[in-house]
Design a protein around this ligand. Structure first.
Ligand code: KG4
Ligand code: ZN
Length: 352
């Protein structure tokens, strides 16, 4: 029996096992994160090392520094996840790792580490798509949630509307034509001289401001359910620069609040349109931007008014973490999706 035949046989046997525990690793950007998850729904541990302090000095993620930090921390974080879950490697049934999309060097650390561990322990290795992980963070928060549903996935690199037709079956409904929502928040935060990471800081500042202080343009997109944030970002940058030059700056909280409203309104309007046209009765929010207070509240209210069930991840599961990868991996494993040792980092890996 070859190595991959042996792994496939093990994965097949796991389909009939009552409790399946997966050790999952996430290193696609600036978080080194590992977790142990049971049956895709129950978090036994979730250890995260955030590199924020290392990158703050440079105002954004420096890929080279991220890779080095992952190398330094990965063993410690995996050990911490096992310890917190109170299991040894013998109690782990399969391994999982984010193989894309993300920073190639950062992904490579996780993929190489998990391939080595899988080979040494002779356990099946499940490759996971980062955004699929974000979507599955909802399964960890809501045990009753099952497909089909519509999902708005918004992070530093994605602004996508997916129809989640079944576990692992996605249909693209719309996506951004230029910047991702998280990227737009980060850039606007930089214009306001807020330190990295800008998105959450702009969100907090916006709570204290007047959201009608600055008028921003509506974005036009070719696709009915597509997004565009680059025109908004340029209009914001120009308005702030003009105000600076004239010496009559609006309070930063008003500027932040107006920008946040423009982004959230666009995300909400397109999502509601897609819900109406597709007929889905459930909406899930996913990705780092799902932590945004206004976006959560606005979608919650709009869904409530229309009798649509709204789901968004627990705040500690909105950002990058290992548990969401462990959840996505369980459903991939149940469909027999495992990797052989040729698995590589896929920085442009597409979900559909
Ligand atoms: O999912 P994530 O942690 O990493 C990626 O997969 O990209 O998302 C990070 C993005 C960053 O752009 C960050 O500024 C944004 O999510 N973000 C927020 C908030 N929290 C994180 N944007 C707006 N409001 C927030 N509260
Ligand atoms: Zn992410």
């Amino acid at each position: 029996m070859t190595y991959i035949q042996e792994m496939k046989a093990r994965a097949e046997a796991l389909k009939k096992q009552e409790h399946v525990r997966i050790l999952a690793l996430e290193t696609s950007c600036d978080e080194t994160a590992a977790a142990v998850v049971e049956n895709g729904r129950k978090i036994l541990s979730n250890a995260v090392y955030s590199q924020i302090d290392l990158h703050a000095l440079y105002g954004g993620v420096v890929p080279e520094i991220a890779s080095r930090a992952h190398v330094e921390k990965v063993s410690q974080i995996v050990e911490a996840a096992l310890k917190e879950a109170d299991v040894s490697m013998d109690g782990i049934d399969a391994l999982a790792v984010t193989c894309g999309p993300g920073l190639v060097g950062a992904l490579l650390i996780g993929v190489s580490y998990m391939k080595g561990l899988a080979f040494a322990c002779r356990k099946p290795l499940v490759p996971v798509h980062h955004i699929e992980g974000h979507i599955c963070a909802n399964y960890l928060t809501f045990p009753e949630l099952e497909p089909p549903f519509l999902c708005l996935a918004v992070s530093g690199g994605h602004s996508h509307l997916f129809a989640v037709e079944d576990y692992g079956v996605y249909r693209l409904i719309g996506c951004t034509q230029d910047d991702a929502a998280g990227e737009a928040f980060d850039k606007a935060a930089r214009v306001l001289d807020l330190p990295y990471p800008g998105g959450p800081r702009l969100d907090r500042l916006a709570d204290e401001g007047n959201d009608t202080a600055l008028r921003l343009p509506h974005s036009h997109t070719d696709g009915k359910y597509d997004f565009s944030f680059s025109g908004l970002k340029t209009a914001f940058l120009n308005a702030v620069n003009q105000q600076r030059m004239s010496g009559e700056m609006m309070p930063p909280a008003d500027l932040a609040s107006s920008f946040r409203k423009a982004v959230c309104d666009q995300l909400t309007d397109k999502t509601l349109l897609a819900l109406k046209d597709t007929g889905y009765r459930k909406l899930a929010l996913a990705g780092g931007v799902s932590a945004n207070r206004r976006l959560r509240a606005q979608l919650q209210e709009a869904c409530g008014q229309r009798g649509i069930a709204f789901y968004c991840p627990r705040l500690d599961l909105c950002g990058d973490n290992g548990a969401m990868i462990g959840s996505a991996a369980y459903y991939r494993l149940m469909r027999g999706q495992i990797a052989d040792l040729t698995l590589n980092a896929m920085p442009n890996y597409s979900l559909i």
